[in-house]
Design a protein around this ligand. Structure first.
Ligand SMILES: CC1(C)c2ccccc2-c2ccc(C[C@@H](CC(=O)O)C(=O)C(=O)O)cc21
Ligand SMILES: [Zn+2]
Length: 335
């Protein structure tokens, strides 16, 4: 794939991280290649799905009108990074874990006020709230959601054997925020509503180059590598990483396959960005059965590795015994 840089990428705000990338294909949803890529769990940007057409009018004023006094979850960070952590797993870290972000709940109108007055140097804000009955009080908003292109989304879900839709996460991020590289165990139709987001994706098999935190760690599923200052001594294979890049603008939808790594940043073209994702559970083909085709795919091997790690933590109880036991299996026998 010719590495076509789009005009935005020379903007000063999108750092290159020195990672070589190829462009993720941008296709019309009518293009048969689009469905082929999705069926093969390959990322693709669809430019004309109209998936969230009725949300294109969702600016801060409109959302304030319709979400005003609803409580919403906002993450705060002193840096530009918003690295997810599972607060329930911090106890296994014998308290040397310091949360990189804090989570607060505030009324949506309060969030909009802080968003508008935000300036460089202030704590960065990242509002994330699942669209559900808790915040959907206005009929106008409910009507907008009802007029999403559910026909197309349901068709994709069915023909690709995805599981049920679990979440529509509404995200509003101050400009320049970065969600560091991580993977999710759900398929994702990621719709960009306002502003621009840059995605750098890596296939599941790049597990060995991205050095995820241990499964019991609060940062489970997140890469240990700091893209701004990679530690090539600790993470030598990161040197060989190659990315798949996409720039998402209003109306674009990125199909982000299950287990694909993604690093996401809100570009500086606008003061904030608005996105909405559609997370679908993995289909039945994640469990190995006698109908499993071999050789296994990267994402299937990833699931196996995670299960082995979880089983060992469970069996050994002490997370510090997992490494030595795996080394005993490996050294002089499998390497
Ligand atoms: C990492 C972060 C900030 C977070 C912290 C604490 C709890 C949840 C989450 C959470 C959930 C979704 C995203 C959106 C998106 C990345 C992006 O658009 O920034 C993404 O990764 C996806 O759609 O899969 C980002 C986050
Ligand atoms: Zn994600």
């Amino acid at each position: 794939m010719e590495d076509t840089k789009r005009m935005f990428w020379n903007e000063p705000n999108s750092k290159s991280y020195g990672i070589p990338t190829v462009s993720i294909p941008r296709l019309s949803y009518k293009d048969p290649l689009a469905d082929k890529l999705i069926a093969n769990m390959k990322p693709v940007v669809l430019t004309d799905t109209n998936l969230v057409g009725s949300a294109m009018k969702w600016d801060s004023h409109y959302l304030q009108e319709n979400l005003g006094d609803s409580p919403c979850t906002v993450y705060l960070s002193k840096t530009h990074k918003f690295k997810y952590f599972d607060a329930n797993q911090t106890k296994k870290c014998d308290n040397d874990f310091s949360p990189p972000t804090e989570q607060i709940v505030m009324r949506f109108q309060e969030f909009v006020k802080r968003l508008k007055s935000w300036k460089e140097g202030d704590k960065r804000l990242y509002m994330q709230e699942p669209l559900n009955e808790k915040i959907l009080k206005s009929l106008q908003l409910v009507n907008d959601i009802l007029t999403f292109n559910w026909g197309w989304a349901r068709m994709q879900q069915k023909q690709n054997n995805w599981g049920p839709l679990t979440t529509n996460l509404l995200m509003i991020s101050t400009q320049g925020n970065v969600t560091p590289a991580h993977f999710d165990n759900q398929h994702n139709l990621f719709a960009q509503i306002y502003g621009y987001k840059r995605f750098i994706l890596f296939p599941p098999e790049d597990y060995d180059k991205l050095y995820p935190h241990p499964v019991w760690h609060p940062h489970d599923r997140q890469s240990q590598v700091d893209f701004d200052y990679p530690d090539y001594t600790k993470f030598p294979k990161f040197h060989d990483i190659k990315g798949h890049e996409a720039l998402l603008g209003p109306g674009d939808v990125l199909y982000l396959p299950l287990y694909w790594w993604h690093h996401v940043e809100s570009l500086l073209q606008t003061h904030f960005t608005i996105s909405l994702n559609f997370w679908y559970k993995a289909g039945p083909n994640l469990c190995l059965s006698d109908s499993t085709l071999y050789p296994l795919e990267g994402y299937q091997k990833m699931a196996i590795m995670r299960n082995v790690e979880k089983m060992l933590v469970e069996a050994l109880r002490d997370v510090n015994e997992v490494g030595p036991l795996l080394r005993t299996i490996l050294e002089g026998r499998y390497n």
